[in-house]
Design a protein around this ligand. Structure first.
Ligand SMILES: Nc1ncnc2c1ncn2[C@@H]1O[C@H](COP(=O)(O)OP(=O)(O)O)[C@@H](O)[C@H]1O
Ligand SMILES: [Mg+2]
Length: 243
């Protein structure tokens, strides 16, 4: 089941903090399996407050992408609930699977098609989203001429142009070099701060943790730990586990 969160009645906030309002992203008791042999998610729960940037960690195959697909509404959980503020923007690991139009401007416009905006409004939304991602000068460029980091910025601009309240990013830096990687994580940190949106970012790179408000660790199909980035890093390094 998908819908808007109504209240924080689940007591799921990280650090047991009192919440000001409902979470922007909430997963409660979700289970899911791709095939009959083995469940991927089992009674999995997490919550991200509005205006915060959280990361999702876990070993390869632990179900991070599966959970992101449930959050994006691409699959339905067998049991449990997924609730999100809308609109939701999704950024994939490989931008070549996401950017579908020939040029930067037309790709961002594509995501706005169903909003029936006027030509002027569409143009404003595209230009302000590209400017916010520092890629306005790329508006007329063909997608194939962009670097990986530029492509990811364009993908994020596409989500921002729809005025998304929630941004879901599944290993968006996996294909980037270390400089563009940190550049992208800083850029999302800034967007979360400037716009008050919530972001959930999947990664296996510990250096990215510095930029988030908190992180969840997914293990055996459920979130087994969550908290401040420094504590999560210590835990992972100490146990030599997960990543
Ligand atoms: N489309 C799919 N069809 C069948 N099994 C899948 C599919 N996607 C993922 N899986 C399986 O689900 C498990 C979790 O995968 P995934 O969510 O991609 O993990 P992660 O993103 O943490 O690496 C793995 O065992 C994987 O093989
Ligand atoms: Mg994955």
């Amino acid at each position: 089941m998908q819908g808007q969160p109504k209240s924080d009645e689940w007591g799921l906030f990280p650090d047991d903090r009192a919440a000001d309002g409902p979470p922007a992203i909430a997963v409660r008791g979700v289970s899911f399996q791709w095939s009959s042999d083995r469940p991927v998610l089992k009674d999995c729960s997490l919550a991200v407050p509005p205006g915060e940037f959280w990361m999702l960690l876990g070993t390869n195959g632990s179900g991070k992408s599966t959970l992101m697909q449930l959050l994006a509404g691409l699959r339905q959980p067998a049991t449990g609930e997924v609730l999100l503020r809308r609109p939701v923007g999704f950024v994939f690991q490989n931008p070549d699977r996401q950017l579908v139009m020939p040029t930067v401007g037309s790709d961002v416009a594509f995501g706005l098609a169903e909003e029936n905006l006027s030509e002027i409004e569409t143009r404003d939304r595209i230009r302000s989203a590209l400017a916010e991602l520092n890629v306005l000068e790329l508006e007329r460029r063909p997608i194939y001429a962009l670097s990986g980091g530029q492509k990811q910025r364009v993908a994020i601009a596409g989500a921002i142009a729809t005025r998304c309240e929630v941004l879901l990013l599944d290993e968006p830096t996996a294909l980037l070099d270390p400089d563009s990687q940190l550049d992208l994580v800083r850029c999302v940190r800034q967007l979360v701060d400037d716009r008050g949106i919530a972001a959930l970012w999947v990664t296996h790179r510990l250096d990215e943790l510095d930029y988030c408000d908190g992180a969840f660790l997914l293990e055996n199909g459920r979130v087994v730990a969550s908290g401040k980035p420094a504590a999560m890093r210590d835990r992972l390094l100490a146990s030599q586990s997960a990543l």
